[in-house]
Each structure stands twice: as C-alpha cells, then as structure tokens.
Design a protein. Sequence first.
Lengths: 140, 662
Amino acid sequence: MERNYSDLKFFSLLWGILYVAAGLIQVGKGVGLLSASFLSSSLLPAELAGGLVLVVIGAVFFIATFEFSKDSFEGSAYTYVGILLCLVFGTLYFLCMVADLMNAILAMEKWTFVDSFKPALYLGILSAVVYAVGKTGSDR
Amino acid sequence: MAEKIKVAVAGNPNVGKTTIFNALTGARQKIGNWPGVTVEKKEGTKKHKGHVLEIVDLPGTYSLSAYSADEVVARDYIIDEKPDVVVQVLDSTNLERNLYLTSQLLEMGTNLVLALNMSDRAEMRGDDIDIPRLESLLGVSAIKTVANEGGGIEALLDSIVSKTESNPPKPHEIGYGKTVEEKICALEDILGNDTELTKHYPARWMAVKLLEGDENVLSKLSSSNIEGKVQNYLSGFDNEEYEVEMADKRYEFIGALLPQVCTTCAEDVSPSDMVDKVVTNKYLGIPIFLSLMWGMFELTFALGTPFMGLIGKFFGWLGGAVAANIESAWLASLLGDGIIAGVCSVLLFVPNIFILFFAIALLENSGYMARAAFIMDKLMYKMGLQGKSFIPMLMGFGCSVPAIMATRTLEDEKDRLITMLVTPFMSCGARLPVYILLAGTFFGREAGSVIFGLYVLGILVAILSAKLFRTFIAKGQPSPFIMELPPYTRPSLVNSLLYMWNQGYLYLKKVGTVIIGGVMLVWVLAYFPQGVEYGSAESLIGSLGQLIEPLVAPLGFDWKIAVALIFGVVAKEIVVGSLGTLYGTGGGESLSPALLADPSFSPAIALGLMVFTLLYVPCFGAVAVIKKETGSWKWMFFQAAYSTAVAWVLALVTVLVANLVL
C-alpha cells in the first residue's frame, strides 16, 4: 500500500509539472508573453483556452501530490480523476484531429499530422499508456 | 375486450421512474441522471397477457405531503385518479429514504407494487435484500429491476396484472403514539359523519393528513358540512409539532423494517465519493466544470465543421441545379434565393446541434450535471438563488421551454419566479447556428472559444440578473438547497443517442415548419415590389429594415441585421435563415464569404450580434411558457423588455470594446 502511494505520488508530481508547464507555455504564447516559436510552434502552439484547461488538469495532479504528502488516501482520488480528465481531453483533441483531416480532404488542402498533434493529445496518449502499464503491474 | 388497468409509476426523484416507464411502454421520454427531469405526468400504454395497461409516469416526490408544483401533480394523481396499481420505483441502494414514500402509499391503501431498481448496484456493493420477507411484512409485491438494461421488466408487468386480480389491500397502519392516535381517532369520528367523503378517501389517512396541516386535504372538505367541525378541532392545538412527531414515527417504522429485509455491507468510500472529492472541490470544482464546458463547445464546432462542408456542398449543387433548370425568374429566385438559401443556412448546423446534444446527454447521464448544480450553489446563493435553480438553467442549454417548465421543482415561489425570468439567458440550441456562422466566419480556429465565452456570458448575465431581481423585485432569502447527488453511472449509449435524436428532431421539425415559413416570408418581402433589386434597400424588407434600423444603428447593425433579429423572435434559427435569404446566397457555405465581403460586417459587429442574439427577447415559445407558468402578462412583458434592454447595452459595450481590441 505504502509503495503504491509513493508511485502515485511521484506520478502525480511529474504529471502536474508536465501539464502545468505545457499549459502555461500555451497561455503565454496565446497572450503574447512568449514568442510563437518558443520551444516548438507546432507541438506547443498558442492556445489560451486549451492552455488553461491543461493548467486545471495539472492543478488536479498537484493537489493529489499534496494529499499524498499528508499520507491521505484521498490523493489517489485526485490522481485517478486527473487521469480521467487527461483521457477525456486527449479523446477530444483526437476527434478534433480527425475533423481537421476530414476538412483538409474535403477542401483538398494540405494537412500535416504535427499541426494537429496538440499537447492535450500527446499527453493524453502518454497518460493512457502509463495508466495501462501501471494497472497491468498492479493486477499482477 | 381486453381489461384496462390504470397504472401510476411513482417514486422519489432520480430513482429511474422514467427509465422504467420507457421500458414498460416502449416510449422515449427524456431520461437524466438528476432529479426533476419529469415535471408533468406522461402517459403510455402496454398490452400484456390480455390486459391493456394505461401507464402514467409521475414526477418524483419524496412524500405525499407535496411542497413543490411537480410533487402536487404526482400526489393529486394518486389521490384523485385512484390508479388500479401504483408502481413505486425505489433506489435499492437507498432503501431507507425511499421507504418513507412507501409508508405513506401504504397508509393510503394503494394497490402497491415495489420496483427495487438499480438492484445490480445494491448487489455489487454487497447488499442482500430479502424480497419474500419484504413482501410479507408490507403486504405488497416487490420485484428487483435493472431498468436501464431491461432487467425485471417482464416480472414487473406480470406482478402488475396479478395485483389487480388479488383482493384489494387494506390500508397499512403506522402507530403514531398515544397522543397523536387520540387526535387521529377524534378526527376520524368527525370525518365519519360525511360518508360520501370517506367513500373516496380512507378516513384514517385523511385524519393523518389533516393533523399534518395538509392544505390540499383540507380543501377537499370545503363542500362538506363537517368542514367547520374539523377546522374547529384543529384550531385547538399547534399541529406543527405533530407533523414532526409523525415523520419520526414513520422513520421508526422504517428503522424497524430495514434490518429484517436488508443486510447492508456499507462501503467506506465509494468510487462516486472519490470522484466527488475532486469535482466538487472548493477550488477545482468550477474550473473543472468550465473546462468540460469549453471542451464540449470546442468539439461541437470542430467535429461539426466537415459535416457542415458536406451539407454545404450538397445545397450548393442543389442551388446551382435549380438556377440552371428553372426558366421562370421568380420561381428560380424563390427556390434558390429564398427556400434553398434560407433552409440551407439553418440545416447546415444540424451536425453541430446533434454533437452538442450528444455531449450534453453524456454529461447528464453520467451524473455530472447534478454536481454542476452543487458546485454552483454557493455562488448562486450569494446571488439570490439556490443551487437547485441551476438545474433548470442548465436544461436551458437545450431549449428554454422545458427549462422554464422544470422550475416547477422549486418549492419557493420567489425562487421559481426569478429562475423563470433568468433561464432564457442560458444559450439554447437554437442560437448555436448564429454563433457557429459568425464565430466560424470571423474568428476561425478560435471559434470554439468564442462560443464557449458566449455560453459563460449567458450564465453570468443570468446570475447577475438574479441578484438584481432578488434585491429589487422578489426580496428575501433563497431557500436552502438540499440535494442528493446521484451515483455516477456509465452513460448509456442508447439513451444518449435517443436524447440527441429527440433534440435534433425538434430542430429539424422547426426547419420544416416555422423556419421554412419564415424564410419564405423574408423572400416575398425581399423580392417585391417587382422591378427592384432582390433584397435591396428599395424592397419591402429594405423599407421595413430601414424603419427599425435606427434602434440598432448605435450597435453598428445595418437594416439587414435588424430584419434578421426581428424575424428571429419567432425562432432564433431564423436569424441565420433570414441572413441566408437576404444575402441570396443560394445555399452552401457561401454565406460566410458574403458576410466577409459585406463592409457593414466586421469581427466586432459579429461579436456584438452574437451577444445580442444570446440575450434579447426569447423566442415566442419561451415567452408563451413564461406567461403560462407565471400566470401573468406582466412578468412575460417584463422578461421580454428586460432581456432586450440588457442585450442592447451589452452588445453596445461588446462592439465598443471589440473595436478597440480587435
């Protein structure tokens, strides 16, 4: 039990940092505080509302870390809801990517995978993989 | 001839009554995982084993001492219509609360069948309900059901039929203690003098209700010669203390019954509780709610766009074919500029409407929307409303008409009036085409965020207006909010698709009726008098538009927008339909380029127009239902005038600020 909590605590901290950092960069670019080319213009595009959503998800993971640091089992609730939010928004951006592709086909325009591969999507995929691996490990 | 059996489906709110009703009758009534979805009784029929069951779905009620308008509907039906069988749907995971209504139905002597719904969940958490013991102790039939999967429905139908074939039940008596029983006996003696009355209602039940101060039961004595005696007897003591004592005794009865029929293995913390820790968190609750809302609108816009393209291409082809093959100029114009352009402008958004309602259905059916009401309670209370008001307001995202009717779940009349007046500010599905057209045309990839912003603005205006009304019109404190949060469930795909279809169908129906009529009228006014350029300032519609243009000119709106807004009062979709017809675009996606090419349109004007459309007088249907529900012309005209004034001021502010920023 103790080991599980420390794994979840580390995971929550890492995911909190990833989501908040990605979100803040997107917000920063969206409001013009950072240049569009900072780090990568494709993988971290300017997006105010989308960036704020990532910050909210990151905050859920940070609260999970905080709860774990108090040895509270409630931390796991925050971690699992955080993962759920990662998956929900990952799915949403995946559907948006499919829609972009369909639009490009209909309008006979050029479509590039990288332009639609937004942070919420790749972080969502990463979350799904980590969750699946973690679940398989704990089931064993 | 088949025997008719009148069946009422009753129960506490949010226990699955409508799901049972749909499963019994094959109906497609709306289902939601929150209380207050059914506010009026719904009827359906079912043939079973040579009988015709006439089934009525009643609004949820916690007891037969009705407080809110929807509870009165349920109680009056059971008392006055005297159904042959009452099916009480119970939440098997919360028997203690549900059995309170059972105790009252038993006291009335109703022919009762208990449907222990969600029994799978109860079993999953380790509850063991002894059905034969429950049946023998209460003298009722009881069936375990899992309504959303159709489990137990056949057995329930069998039980309803066999219940009518058995002897009528005797009213169940709960002992209320010596003092109360003496008073009940005294009242029974007085009531016994009116044999006509006691033929209709059990004397003991009436005595109990009179002692509880039930005004509805008291009103039944108005034409009886014993009314004076009853009033005289009741005035001799304060019945409030007896009301509490009697409720306590009913809970004592339940407390004695439960351990005999149910072994409960309570969990420490359920998965629902775990999720609630996060989504109702003081700091995270509202940001998570806003994030999900934003995601919903982003998806609505992004995923709908390719389908819009396909529909646009089809109507573009159709418009071209009509223009090329019809020789009569006026007929070609009527079909191309009028009907195809107008109807296409509205049909274009059908995919978005379907996607939005599917997303709303997922959130509702999962149980999340009930949490949204919960997290908004604190803010709502500060603003003069209770969190329960947020439920009808959220329903307003679909359509204002059922949302205004859903205010019947509010017990306090002032709370209800304020909620009815502010609910139309919640952006309904009919306004979505206006946003998608204008946001998509002028804000490109940010369209989803712009649309989200409009929905949030609607919520803010509604809440601030509530504060204003509470301060100046309906003074006082809002009622405290007590709400049971339903457990989270995996949203049923079938129910979500059904909800999406029902809402989308209403939209399509409007296109085939009101909207087609509206755009044809716009075409006639745009085409005549003969000889003038179609849709020009010299046409009839041009004259009409120029007449009203001064009213909206300060907002930067020209006469075409003024006309579209006037016609939009009939149904908001007509705003887009009218623009399509006025610009004579012949269908397809060409309305967007036409708007971009029009110098009277700009991103700032588009924003102002979206804000105005969001807030100005609601459609005829909503206005009529405000009149019906408030029973007052005054409040109807007040809502129309207030909302239009707010729309005008905020649209002006939006245009001025946007002109500086954009």
